[in-house]
Design a protein around this ligand. Structure first.
Ligand SMILES: Cc1cc2nc3c(=O)[nH]c(=O)nc-3n(C[C@H](O)[C@H](O)[C@H](O)COP(=O)(O)OP(=O)(O)OC[C@H]3O[C@@H](n4cnc5c(N)ncnc54)[C@H](O)[C@@H]3O)c2cc1C
Ligand SMILES: NC(=O)c1ccc[n+]([C@@H]2O[C@H](COP(=O)([O-])OP(=O)(O)OC[C@H]3O[C@@H](n4cnc5c(N)ncnc54)[C@H](OP(=O)(O)O)[C@@H]3O)[C@@H](O)[C@H]2O)c1
Length: 286
């Protein structure tokens, strides 16, 4: 077990000090899985009083030393909760940025370590922000899959929609593994099969694509939709306001491009206080 040690934003990659800190809002890591040299997931304990809606994000992090004051303070970043609202634990799906102040360290956590979790969930990728519809599209690039890992395990997603389409565009095949495994596991998910009904997972249409490594479906989802290829592959009509709802989570350029396309299809952006046809959230700040 690695002890939680202070880091500075500038010296985040330096060797840890072997000393344990008193951590505010501490939660204990219960599982860590590495997928590629840039991606990993982990689970941790959940505060007993913490409530959230599937799709929301929280601030998590580690203790760091403020270079100017020399004092310890939490180094926090926004993270989508990848587990559903009913789960006893919390799950996160994370990038590893080699010189990133937080993830250069976070990528080394082990079972038994502590992380900081501010239990104040917020976000727009929630069912409450959408009007009823027939089909929901979940559009992700990279770690933008995280909020959808939560929503895909949320019973309401299948109660509210006849069809659930999840598109995930990544550079390389290995970057699809977390999402692919999660969707495969839904087939034998006892709780969802019991609550929603056997075979609920047949409502899911999974559309993974890669852009820089050979895979069965190559290309950006935006291009595949413009060409009509994605709709043809999925066997669904072009997106329209009457039947389709969408949630978008990816890099800034992707979000902007999809947003423009959805508006062209006649969808309007919703919010918690004003539910409409689609919602968008950044997977990270560029
Ligand atoms: C609303 C919101 C939700 C987020 N949810 C997640 C999540 O579920 N999982 C997650 O890994 N990150 C998520 N992020 C990004 C996260 O907050 C941090 O940026 C990330 O953990 C890297 O932290 P860092 O301190 O190591 O580097 P930072 O200084 O924060 O980032 C350094 C650079 O790394 C790149 N980068 C940062 N995050 C990512 C990423 N996720 N994918 C690809 N490149 C990235 C960017 O170019 C950024 O400028 C989210 C961000 C926002 C705004
Ligand atoms: N993934 C890696 O192997 C890798 C390795 C080292 C460093 N990095 C750096 O890490 C950062 C994040 O990389 P990332 O791969 O996680 O995320 P990313 O660059 O946001 O790319 C994720 C996926 O989204 C696609 N995409 C990008 N813009 C799009 C748009 N406007 N419309 C539709 N699809 C779009 C990309 O396709 P395209 O490939 O066509 O852009 C890629 O398949 C980048 O700064 C990158 O330079 C990444």
């Amino acid at each position: 077990m690695t002890e939680l040690t202070p880091v500075t934003e500038a010296t985040a990659t330096q060797a840890p000090q072997p000393r344990k800190l008193a951590v505010p809002d501490a939660q204990t890591v219960t599982e860590v899985k590495h997928f590629t040299d840039r991606l990993f997931s982990f689970r941790c304990t959940r505060p007993a009083s913490m409530r959230f809606r599937s799709g929301e994000f929280v601030m998590i992090g580690l203790m760091a030393i403020n270079e100017k004051t020399g004092k310890e303070k939490p180094l926090l970043r926004a993270y989508s909760i990848a587990s559903p609202s009913w789960d006893e634990e919390l799950e996160f799906y994370s990038i590893k940025v080699q010189d990133g102040p937080l993830t250069s360290r976070l990528q080394h956590i082990e079972v038994g370590d502590q992380i900081i979790l501010r239990p104040k969930p917020v976000g727009t990728l929630v069912h409450d922000a959408l009007l009823p519809g027939k089909r929901i599209w979940l559009f992700a690039t990279g770690t933008g899959f995280a909020p959808f890992a939560s929503l895909l395990r949320e019973p309401q997603t299948y109660e509210d929609y006849d069809e659930v389409i999840i598109t995930h565009t990544c550079r390389e095949v290995g970057e699809l593994t977390y999402g692919r495994d999660l969707i495969e596991a839904l087939k034998t998910d006892e709780l969802l099969n019991e609550v929603i009904g056997e075979g609920f997972w047949k409502k899911i249409k999974y559309y993974p694509t890669t852009t820089r490594e050979e895979s069965p479906k190559m290309g950006r989802i935006t291009d595949l939709m413009r060409k009509g290829e994605a709709f043809k592959d999925l066997g669904v009509p072009v997106i329209n306001q009457e039947s389709d709802r969408a949630m978008v989570c990816g890099n800034l350029a992707f979000n902007l491009e999809i947003k423009e396309m959805l508006e062209e299809y006649g969808l309007e952006e919703g919010a918690n206080s004003d539910p409409k046809h689609y919602v968008v959230e950044k997977a990270f700040l560029d």
